[in-house]
Design a protein around this ligand. Structure first.
Ligand code: NAP
Length: 259
């Protein structure tokens, strides 16, 4: 299926690895030119080169922390006018409710709520002028079903979800659609880090921690960045124009509900 976005330009944040990279790869496979970002330049440059070689699109790598004003300015400057924005950043650390200080909340809000909002505020005016735009925010399944140890994530991402719920309806008349993708457990460095934490806390090896988590997922496995990227590319496609302000859960059935 041709998604009808060949020649479009996209920013994909936090994209040297994991889910962000999955989104970048899937957009590149559709002929979308990219600006990709991550803090570590070495892995980012290697990803940019791999995507260019595989898909023949233009890929500009901008190293920097997307949760900072300077990081965002560098990405936006390199990108110019864009048709597609995929927001993403690393997730906050686990803990319990009594651990977190005001500074911890501010850091989480900066990375996982205020950064995607600032990026949307920067690119939406151009999309509205050109009467076409797609925004996909990578949030978390925790928005629908809280993960108690990830209280900072639950908090920040729910705030972002509220912003998107209203804003997506304000920009839809101008051909701009904003949606959120909610990952459940996917096989990335983030999942390995969380499994490592469980293995230490419970005194079991990491394979046992992983098997334990897989057993809680009806699909009995973790999702892949490729599957996640394909869903992202569809939400960025010509066919997604009537999908407005939705929260699409990709979790192998882990969240148990009828609707
Ligand atoms: P990952 O495999 O650890 O990859 C994170 C990517 O983001 C890397 O390219 C990393 O590169 C970049 N990054 C992190 N912080 C950044 C920042 N401040 N500025 C720019 N780039 C940054 O993580 P992932 O599993 O793909 O997760 C992506 C997002 O989805 C996270 O917010 C995570 O919490 C959320 N999520 C993931 C899962 C899952 O199962 N994987 C489930 C629910 C939610 P550098 O380190 O070099 O910057």
């Amino acid at each position: 299926m041709d998604l009808g976005i060949r020649g479009k330009r996209a920013i994909v944040c936090a994209a040297s690895k994991g889910l962000g990279r999955g989104c970048a790869e899937a957009l590149a496979a559709e002929g979308v030119d990219l600006v990709i970002n991550a803090r570590g330049a070495e892995a980012l440059d290697a990803t940019a080169e791999a995507i260019r070689a595989a898909h023949g699109v233009s890929v500009t790598a901008v190293a920097g922390d997307i949760a900072t004003e300077a990081g965002r300015a560098a990405v936006l400057e390199a990108a110019g006018d864009v048709d597609i924005l995929v927001t993403n950043a690393g997730g906050p650390p686990p803990g319990i409710w009594s651990d977190w200080s005001r500074d911890d909340f501010i850091r989480a809000l900066d990375a996982n709520m205020l950064t995607p909002i600032a990026l949307m505020q920067a690119v939406l005016p151009g999309m509205i002028d050109r009467h076409w735009g797609r925004v996909v925010n990578i949030t978390s399944g925790a928005v629908r079903s809280p993960i108690p140890a990830l209280g900072l994530s639950n908090t920040a991402r729910t705030g972002l979800t509220g912003f998107v719920a209203g804003t997506s309806r304000q920009v839809a008349p101008d051909g701009v659609v904003i949606n959120n993708l909610l990952p459940g457990i996917h096989d990335t460095d983030r999942a390995t880090a969380l499994d490592t934490g469980v293995s230490k806390a419970e005194g079991i090896d990491i394979d046992a921690a992983r098997r334990k988590r897989q057993a809680t997922i009806p699909a009995r496995r973790y999702g892949t960045p490729e599957e996640f990227g394909a869903a992202c590319a569809f939400l960025c496609s010509q066919y997604a124009g009537f999908i407005v302000g939705q929260n699409l859960l990709l979790d192998g059935g882990a969240f148990n509900s009828t609707i």
